[in-house]
Design a protein around this ligand. Sequence first.
Ligand SMILES: *Cc1c(COP(=O)(O)O)cnc(C)c1O
Length: 356
Amino acid sequence: MPRTYNFSAGPAALPESLLRQVQTQMLDYDDLGYSIVEMSHRSTPFMEIAERSEESLRRLLNISNDYHVLFLQGGPTLQFAMVPLNLAESGDTVEYAVTGYWSRKAHREGSRLRNVHTATESNHTIPDPDTWVRVRNSRFLYFTTNETIEGVQFSQYPSNRSAPLVCDATSDFLTRPMVVDDFGLIFAGAQKNFGPAGLTVVIVRKDLCRTPRDNEAEYLNYAVHAEQNSMYNTPNTFAWYFAGLYFDWLHEQGGVEEMHRRCQAKSKVLYDLIDSSELYKSRVDRAYRSLVNVTFTLPNEQLTQVFLRRASQVNLKNLKGHRAVGGIRASLYNATTIEAVEALAAFMRQFEAENI
Ligand SMILES: *Cc1c(COP(=O)(O)O)cnc(C)c1O
């Protein structure tokens, strides 16, 4: 059975060479006689894997010693609660930019826990950060670098002058350069750009972390996880190991600058096609179109279904838009090849010629 062109939004396609490497190590890791998923997280081989993985990520993004790098569970969704719980006290004000589905969900969770001020709210575009309504004494300004569902991406980040920046970078993490020093905290789930599901990397400035108070859960505290090197309890050892391979693979491919160049090239193929098409329409403001989640619509639901069925028949898989918005979404994360994108573009041209 040949591998298909997989445009899944997440858990997403992984580099084929890494899947093969993992397969060969699955019965016997490094002549130990057992696999990576059968060893203690406190054993020497796993501790080495964990350290190497963190070190590789630190080099990819040039992360200084002022930051903890944590490998946590619970997904980005748990960070929607951990961020306000750790970076603000009850009664404190925090700011959120609501630019789509995921930031809206984070905003809702934040509002249950702290005083939330909405700095901006938009759909299918991102208002210039200079026009956002800001408040004094905010503990952080939260935003989502790439809205995975709508396909909207920040081209430039807001300024960190009045409050530390916090971002959910899940869907474009390691697909573009980032100046970590500009941020208070960055988090990203692995299942889009750097591994299987069940692992979330949190990069947090050390001075923003504090030990838990008497009425707070230890498990929800960054300082506790940092103190224990992300082994407060059993971590997702498999995902952590896989992420380490993925970070090394990114170095071999040329690092995040090269990934950014590829994402620009891949998305351009589809956006150029959409812009010259009568059939496919993009709802997203041109300046903020995502380089990693290309969304578009067809004139009606019936034709959308035919498109998906025909695409699947020629091995172009997982192109259905999120149930919240419908339409089509092609996710072009780090492991998606230009060859896959060109196969999709060829199909789209042919489908248009037959249906216009
Ligand atoms: C996928 C995604 C999430 C949710 O991830 P979970 O693992 O389901 O918690 C959150 N934010 C963004 C930007 C995402 O793309």
